[in-house]
Write a protein that binds this ligand. Structure first.
Ligand SMILES: *Cc1c(COP(=O)(O)O)cnc(C)c1O
Length: 418
């Protein structure tokens, strides 16, 4: 039993896996929070490190036999500190949500006031949404983007902070196409005596490479996922000033988690190593160039973008003028092999299930080696599908062919063993 391969042990699941591999190879993944992890990262994730309990921290475990787990976790911590220039790193959070939960748990008491970006304007569920623990355990207030420009209005955020007097401000977003000024957020937090937590889940790779303003000097705590632009395994980490190190570590374990996922921590270490290799900065730069090329192609094809463009890895397409919802557009695109998510635009008249926007991004196509030329072509294909795909199913077929050609010209996971 124990030595059988997946194909031998569970042909049914192996078949699903093979089909998913093919889907990843033969579609254009434009969801900006997704990426292709390296084979090395996947090897670590699927390794014997999955077999061990290692509650606690290096040198202070509650289980025996942890020698190599201490080694691997120390390596991950040192690499995270070095990559981001942080005083302290905790690499145990299972997800971005767990990282934010731990950050709040370290700094707040239930009922304390927090101020975050509203989900409807690009924030994340964990920034105080009423349906999330963050809006139920804490008393949440929200800032939005400016109605005219679609950008953060820091004077207004200050005004809201002065009115609601939060104990903690979260800066960060899931659907914001521009740079975030963390220094300005620090000033706002200082004006009202609040902690500043920067959530860089989406932009961690850009930050590490120096293509997005760095929150580490300004924020008390920085949380991030490891699987988005950082291109590691699904998971998260927390960076903080030395003064919060103990509180953060205690908040993660035993505060909100027990056994760490050591195989995932090993994979985080591998990804953090890859992020310090030659080529990673160039990759991050190309993500932005590709995103901007795709945005330009959409603008040239008569599409509206929230804020009129992008400074980062994603764009928010406002479809209101096209008389199609985000859901319909994403369905049509998926039929043509282009996978995007529907997304609310600021002050969206439609509900979250429908939405008036889509949120394409470039991290995954850039991992495949695509450059501006391909990104522009993808922008045009998106435009073609949304403009004409509803009336004429042949358009979907034609675009799908072009998508397959592009995918074959930029292969991913060729001869991967499963
Ligand atoms: C993706 C994301 C998270 C949460 O990550 P999960 O791993 O899905 O829990 C948190 N914050 C922001 C801003 C995100 O975009």
């Amino acid at each position: 039993m124990i030595n059988r391969t997946l194909a031998q042990a569970d042909p049914e699941m192996a078949q699903i896996l093979v089909a998913e591999l093919k889907r990843q190879q033969e579609t254009l993944m434009l969801i900006p929070s997704e990426n292709y992890a390296s084979r090395a990262v996947m090897s670590a994730t699927g390794s014997v490190f999955t077999n061990k309990y290692a509650e606690g921290y290096p040198g202070a475990r509650y289980y025996h036999g942890c020698r190599f787990y201490d080694e691997l976790e120390r390596l991950a911590i040192e690499r995270a500190k070095k990559l981001f220039g942080a005083e302290h790193a905790n690499v145990q959070p299972h997800t971005g949500t767990a990282a934010n939960m731990a950050a709040y748990h370290a700094l707040l008491q239930p009922g304390d006031r927090i101020l975050g970006m509203s989900v409807a304007h690009g924030g994340h569920l964990t920034h105080g949404a009423p349906v999330n623990f963050s809006g139920q355990i804490y008393h949440a207030f929200f800032y939005t983007v400016d109605r005219e420009t679609g950008r953060l209005d820091y004077d207004e955020i200050l005004q809201i902070a002065l009115d609601c007097r939060p104990k903690l401000i979260v800066a960060g977003a899931s659907a914001y196409p521009r740079l975030i000024d963390f220094e300005r957020f620090r000033e706002i937090a200082d004006e009202v005596g609040a902690y500043l937590v920067a959530d860089i889940a989406h932009i961690a790779g850009l930050v590490a490479a120096g293509y997005h303003p760095d929150p580490v000097p300004y924020a008390d705590v920085v949380t991030s996922t490891t699987h988005k632009t950082l291109r590691g395994p699904r998971g998260a980490l927390i960076l903080c000033k030395a003064q919060y190190a103990e509180a953060i570590d205690r908040a993660v374990f035993p505060g909100v988690q027990a056994g760490p996922l050591m195989h995932v921590i090993a994979a985080k270490a591998v990804a953090l190593h890859e992020a310090q290799q030659f080529g990673f900065r160039e990759y991050q730069r190309q993500i932005i160039l590709n995103s901007q090329a795709m945005a330009e192609a959409l603008l040239e094809n008569d599409f509206d973008l929230v804020t009129g463009g992008t400074d980062n890895h994603l764009m928010l397409v406002d479809l209101r003028r096209k008389n199609i919802s985000g859901r319909e557009a994403a369905d049509l695109l998926e039929a043509a092999g282009i996978v995007v998510n529907k997304n609310l635009i600021p002050w969206d008249p439609l509900p979250p299930r429908e939405t008036s926007g889509i949120r394409p991004g470039s991290p995954a196509i850039t991992t495949r080696g695509m450059k501006e030329e391909e990104a522009r072509l993808i922008g045009k294909l998106i435009a073609r599908v949304i403009n004409d795909g509803r009336k004429d199913p042949r358009v979907i077929e034609e675009v799908h062919k072009q998508v397959l050609e592009l995918c074959r010209a930029f292969p991913i996971y060729a001869d991967l063993e499963i």
